[in-house]
Design a protein around this ligand. Structure first.
Ligand SMILES: *Cc1c(COP(=O)(O)O)cnc(C)c1O
Length: 469
């Protein structure tokens, strides 16, 4: 749509037209629908173009959150679009029980080839597909539990350990190992009991304590918890390096090393939830690489298809897989989703992996991440910015009343909501997590877009904190 159309009243109202049709029939995710349309305008998107979302009026909005952390190479990336179209004309879907297809096989081979490794340890060797992140987490939890059940150990290992402030999705099992009250509280009576261990989150470091010492201290707490529950725990699940939904909180990779050692000592499986961190988001292909260790089970989704289609993959070691082999079907992993290993989604994922290679994405991201650091640095001096932190292609701004760690804003100040609205007015989709603003853009973000992002963030912080003090 051309820029002239901005002045055409018929087209200007097209966004309005879609907004009213939407509110008549749609129930949006993670949304208090009362807030639409008055408190929050609904962004109507006609098409995507790289890091831009383009409205019906031709207005461009920068997708600074990669559409819920899924998009990595930009919207409507032509190579991925073409791969999906080609696949759709060839084989759109086939049952994956008792049948197979090339894209599912090739994707499994390539995911295993790039998965984190650890010297002296058998690599991840098998891939189980699901169709979204939460479903992938359910798969990993059930596999860990059933592996021990299949072995016939008594008393059985039935418990999961998870990190404080972690997030693993919204289905009942995934929610049970999540620790974010906003999502969890209402459903608490439905959830299975998990054990939570302190997060290595460097934000919680005491004054003068290094990030590494903070992580070590959390690992010591994990050690105590596992000591207190010998033979009860089947798995530890965690988000490596970066607790995303928990506020883009980051930790030192030494925690992962320690967690690996402790899991080994206690016979506990280590589940890496790399649903948000995978595919280059924290600087390496997978966050676990930064610790030089590997998990026993690894969940991927979000960026897996470049942000085009829902797909999850759970990678498992050979010994976990072997624990399900038996003459009896009772010992098999009978979990399934209708769209397991969907060929269109697998084709998108393969095209995305091709782009990682052809465009040298991980190396290019190092340059982009350095530019993001430079663009973010001046904002650290703003009065209400308590911390600016970064892990690869994620930058977060923690806002507090006095710009220190001990004076959080009141929820009633609605700092995040006001920042969101201000940014949207200025053409940037920032969707804060509480009072934490963050940049998690598609990797194709260019210098001009980054400048817009930094200017807008500054304005959003200013507007959001103005009335709150
Ligand atoms: C988003 C997310 C999930 C859940 O994935 P969905 O596809 O939204 O179900 C699980 N774990 C982490 C770390 C996530 O960020």
């Amino acid at each position: 749509m051309s820029d002239e159309s901005l002045h055409d009243p018929a087209i200007l109202s097209e966004g309005e037209h879609w907004r009213s049709r939407d509110l008549a029939v749609l129930w949006h995710p993670c949304t208090q629908m009362r807030e639409h349309p008055d408190t929050l305008p609904l962004l109507t998107v006609a098409r995507g173009d790289g890091a831009w979302l383009v409205g019906h009026d031709g207005r461009r909005t920068l997708d600074a959150v990669s559409s819920w952390w899924t998009n990595i190479h930009g919207h409507a990336e032509p190579r991925i679009a073409e791969a999906i179209a080609r696949q759709a004309r060839t084989l759109e879907h086939v049952i994956l029980a008792g049948a197979t297809h090339e894209t599912a096989i090739e994707l499994a081979e390539r995911l295993l080839a790039i998965a984190p490794r650890q010297p002296g340890r058998d690599p991840l060797a098998k891939v189980f597909y699901a169709d979204n992140g939460s479903a992938g987490v359910e798969v990993a939890l059930k596999m860990a539990f059933q592996w021990y059940r299949n072995r016939g150990d008594e008393p059985r290992r039935t418990k999961f350990v998870a990190l404080a402030n972690g997030y693993h999705g919204e289905t009942i099992g995934a929610l049970s190992v999540g620790d974010i009250p906003l999502y969890r509280r209402v459903y608490a009576p439905l959830l299975m009991e998990a054990m939570f261990t302190p997060s290595p989150d460097a934000w919680n470091a005491r004054p003068g304590q290094s990030d590494a010492d903070c992580a070590e201290e959390a690992a010591d707490a994990l050690a105590r918890l596992l000591d207190e529950h010998p033979g009860e725990v089947c798995a530890l699940i965690l988000e490596p390096r970066l607790q995303c939904a928990g506020g883009m909180r980051m930790h030192h990779p030494v925690y992962l090393k320690r967690a690996r050692e402790l899991c080994d000592v206690h016979g506990v499986f280590l589940i890496a939830d790399e649903i948000a961190t995978g595919f280059g988001r924290t600087g390496t292909m997978f966050a676990f690489e930064q610790a030089g260790v590997m998990p026993d089970l690894m969940c991927m989704s979000k960026g897996l298809t470049g942000g085009f289609l829902p797909l999850a993959a759970v990678l498992a070691t050979q010994s976990i897989y072997d624990g399900f082999l038996d003459d009896s079907r009772d010992r098999a992993f009978l979990h399934s989703h209708s769209y397991t290993g969907n060929p269109l989604a697998c084709a998108a994922a393969l095209a995305s992996l091709d782009i990682f290679e052809s465009d040298d994405i991980i190396a290019r991201n190092q340059v982009t991440a350095a530019k993001m650091a430079a663009a973010a640095a001046p904002l650290a001096d703003l009065p209400h910015v308590a911390q600016v932190r970064q892990a690869g292609m994620v930058v977060a701004f923690e806002l507090t009343r006095d710009g220190d760690r001990s004076t959080p804003f009141e929820a009633s100040d609605q700092v995040g909501l006001r920042a969101y609205r201000t940014a949207l007015d200025r053409g940037v989709l920032l969707r804060p997590l509480g009072d934490i603003l963050y940049w998690m853009p598609p990797y194709c973000i260019d210098d001009n877009q980054l400048e817009l992002l930094a200017d807008t963030t500054r304005a959003a912080i200013g507007a959001a904190t103005l009335k709150a003090v």
